[in-house]
Ligand binder design. Structure first.
Ligand SMILES: NC(=O)c1ccc[n+]([C@@H]2O[C@H](COP(=O)([O-])OP(=O)(O)OC[C@H]3O[C@@H](n4cnc5c(N)ncnc54)[C@H](OP(=O)(O)O)[C@@H]3O)[C@@H](O)[C@H]2O)c1
Length: 322
């Protein structure tokens, strides 16, 4: 099976490419910048030029492809093109997939999005979900919660950088998952019929309150967090001014995204069933504690090396020059 991965330079996409190559799939990556994507070629993937905002580049990228995994999403600096990238290009991708007789199509949407139809990005995602459902393609739509990787910029870096962390005063529970585990399950699902024409949440094992994640980061890093709390009613006011919801964008959007991802219903039974079908033991999914421990160990080691280098450079400086 030859896969076309779209969004392969992104947080999830690169993990999908790596897992697929490890599993012996031939992998093509639709990329808009060959220099930025060179690492994918080094891993063994084939690079094909394509840009979702240049829709003519899409159909030709499907040549020789049997499955599509779409991990793309709009970047913050392309917001003016949101409809083109999140809707029109994806409609064309689906039409082209039908014409090309694509055997499997995986799309990633956002957990809980049907409760937030007033948000443009989520509405566009829902429209693509609907288009896939009536396409006749063998699609799988995965609804994703927050990612472990997103927590680094949200909590870990501000703690290391002595910056404020913003949280809401509502202590709702949110699921987080490592994108490596999402990639593993998505690749695994390609060969399992129960995933055909199905929409499923991939939420991981455990839900967290923001404060518990901050406490965990504090314990592991040995540093104190500086926390600012924003009342939910104020956030709701701010939400009316936001257009999109993504990690790493402005604070109100990020908090609103967290608010949206909070678990209003229990998905653990469904997750257990998915793991059962995939024959993956839930202990194989990485725990957030382990992920953060490894992250902080790596970063602390780097910081120590950097400090050591600065100190030894200072010692070598001629006092007159200094
Ligand atoms: N991250 C989360 O916590 C989260 C939560 C829920 C759902 N999801 C969904 O999961 C999927 C993956 O998210 P992610 O966080 O991995 O995304 P990401 O890191 O922001 O990556 C986005 C990818 O889309 C590509 N892309 C954007 N515009 C493009 C264009 N015009 N032409 C071609 N490629 C383009 C980017 O390529 P460049 O490198 O060239 O910009 C990049 O490879 C998305 O569907 C997202 O909505 C993510």
């Amino acid at each position: 099976m030859t896969l076309l991965v779209i969004g392969s330079t992104g947080t999830l996409g690169r993990q999908v490419v790596r897992k697929a190559l490890n599993q012996g799939f031939q992998v093509k990556c639709l990329v808009r910048n060959f220099r930025k994507s060179a690492f994918l070629k080094e891993w063994g993937a084939e690079l094909i030029y394509g840009d979702l905002s240049i829709v003519e580049s899409i159909p030709i990228s499907l040549y020789g492809v049997s499955a599509i995994i779409d991990c793309s999403t709009i970047r913050a600096n392309d917001l003016h093109d949101i409809e083109l990238i999140e809707l029109q290009s994806k409609y064309i991708l689906i039409e082209s997939a039908i014409k090309a007789g694509i055997k499997r199509y995986i799309f990633f949407s956002i957990f809980n999005s049907f409760n937030y139809k007033e948000i443009p990005l989520l509405t566009l995602k829902l429209m693509i979900e609907y288009r896939l459902k009536i396409s006749g393609l063998n699609y799988t739509i995965f609804h994703l919660p927050g990612s472990f990787q997103g927590l680094i910029s949200q909590y870990a870096l501000p703690i290391l950088d002595k910056q404020f962390i913003w949280i809401t005063n509502e202590y709702s529970l949110i699921f987080y998952i490592n994108t490596q585990d999402v990639a593993k399950m998505a690749i695994h699902s390609l060969s399992i019929d129960q995933f055909n024409q199905n929409t499923l949440p991939l939420v991981g094992n455990k839900s967290w309150r923001s404060l518990d994640i901050i406490n965990l980061c504090e314990q592991i890093s040995g540093r104190r967090a500086q926390i600012n709390t924003i009342p939910v009613y104020l956030l709701n006011l701010l939400k009316n001014f936001t257009k999109l919801f993504q990690w790493t964008w402005n604070i109100s959007e990020r908090l609103a995204f967290i608010e949206m991802l909070s678990c209003k219903y229990n998905t653990s039974a469904q997750m257990k069933e998915i793991l059962y079908i995939l024959q993956i033991d839930e202990r194989e999914l990485e725990d957030l504690e382990v992920y953060l421990q490894e992250y902080f160990e790596r970063i602390m080691k780097k910081l120590k090396e950097l400090n050591y280098q600065i100190l030894s450079n200072k010692k070598n400086i001629n006092p007159i020059e200094f």
